[in-house]
Design a binder for this molecule. Sequence first.
Ligand SMILES: *[C@@H]1O[C@H](CO)[C@@H](O)[C@H](O)[C@H]1NC(C)=O
Length: 215
Amino acid sequence: MASQFLFLAFIAITCSIALATDPSSLQDFCVADPVRSVPVNGLVCKDPRFVEANDFSFSGLHLAGNTSNTVGSHVTSVNVAQIAGLNTLGISIARIDYAPWGVNSPHTHPRASEVLTVLEGSLQVGFITSHPENRLITKILHVGDVFVFPVGLLHFQRNIGYGNAVAIAALSSQNPGVITIANAVFGSNPDISSDVLTRAFQVDKDTIYNFQSRF
Ligand SMILES: *[C@@H]1O[C@H](CO)[C@@H](O)[C@H](O)[C@H]1NC(C)=O
């Protein structure tokens, strides 16, 4: 009996701390106050009396992003920085544009799972499992197809068509964060020591300097 109770208590504690999304809201809303900058986990609430419809709105997601860059893709993020009313709600959205053969480079969102919906074109998508092996789980998506990237896992998309592609991503955080692997590893400020990177990537220093010069 005692052991059963302990087991249930253990499950309850484990469940209560293993939140998969942002903590849930304790009021109708907590529109981020653009003026006050008290450092809290999230953003300070604006006085509800001064909250208005525009605090819950963003315009412009019908506009294509500029994909004239080295990777051939562009992410238009709509998170708590664009819609103050998303503060404490645990969700956000983004539009992703892809030039023909453009790539949304391998990256992770430290705080969000992602549901991607293809609106135009065809994409190869994939994510890498963490344990016990780095397995690539990949699929070809067409218009109307939906794919899930679990929180924290490394993932990417590639336009495999001759035309432009467009996708909408829904994310389970008001502020998902993004770590693009190439930029983070080879373009951090200050640089990671080449001694670390030559060992990690098993290449010589010139190769590392070459990568670092690109990011
Ligand atoms: C798109 O970005 C490129 C590279 O930064 C720039 O030269 C070009 O003017 C931009 N195009 C538009 C329509 O803004």
